[in-house]
Design a protein around this ligand. Structure first.
Ligand code: CMP
Length: 140
C-alpha cells in the first residue's frame, strides 16, 4: 500500500479533557507519523467553511458551535494507507457504534463531541490539509 497523508483534528471535547497525547499515542503506535501539527481556536467563519459540506444537515449549527467552543489540534498524519488507517483507528462517527479499542469508543462523549475528525478520502485530505497548513509546514 502507498504512503499517504491524511488530515486529522483533535476536537474541543478532547483538548478540554487533556487527551491530545493519549489520542496521538494511538496514531503513533499504529504506524502513523505526525508530519504537521498546530493548536488553534477556530473562528466561526473558519468552522463553517470547513464543514460546508454539512451545511444543509440539521446538526450543522450545533456542530459549528461545538467546534469553536475550545481549542483544537489540527494535524497531518502520514503512513501506509493513512486515510483508511486513520478512519479505522477513529471508529464509527457515533461512539455508541464504535468498535472496541477505537479512539471514539475510548474517548468520545457523543456523536457530536466525538473527539476526532479524519478525512474520508485522499481527495478531501488534500483539500482539508491545505485549509490549515502551507506546504512548507508539512515536514515528513
Ligand atoms: P466529523 O467526522 O468531524 O464530521 C462531521 C461531524 O458532525 C461529525 O464528525 C460529528 O462530530 C458531527 N455530527 C453531529 N451529529 C451528527 C450526525 N447525526 N451524523 C453525523 N455527524 C454528526
Amino acid at each position: 500500500m502507498a504512503i499517504e497523508r491524511t488530515f486529522s483534528i483533535i476536537k474541543p471535547d478532547a483538548t478540554r479533557r487533556n487527551l491530545t497525547g493519549a489520542i496521538n499515542a494511538v496514531f503513533e503506535s499504529n504506524g502513523l507519523r505526525i508530519v504537521a501539527q498546530k493548536r488553534l481556536w477556530m473562528s466561526v467563519a473558519q468552522a463553517k467553511k470547513f464543514y460546508e459540506v454539512h451545511a444543509a444537515r440539521p446538526f450543522y449549527n450545533d456542530l459549528v458551535e461545538f467546534m469553536v467552543s475550545g481549542p483544537v489540534v489540527v494535524q497531518v498524519l502520514e503512513g501506509e494507507g493513512a486515510v483508511a488507517k486513520n478512519r479505522d483507528l477513529m471508529g464509527a462517527t457515533n461512539p455508541a457504534n464504535a468498535a472496541e479499542g477505537t479512539i471514539r469508543k475510548l474517548f468520545a462523549e457523543s456523536i457530536e463531541a466525538n473527539s476526532v475528525h479524519g478525512s474520508d478520502s485522499a481527495e478531501n485530505a488534500a483539500v482539508e490539509m491545505a485549509y490549515f497548513f502551507a506546504g512548507t509546514e508539512i515536514v515528513g
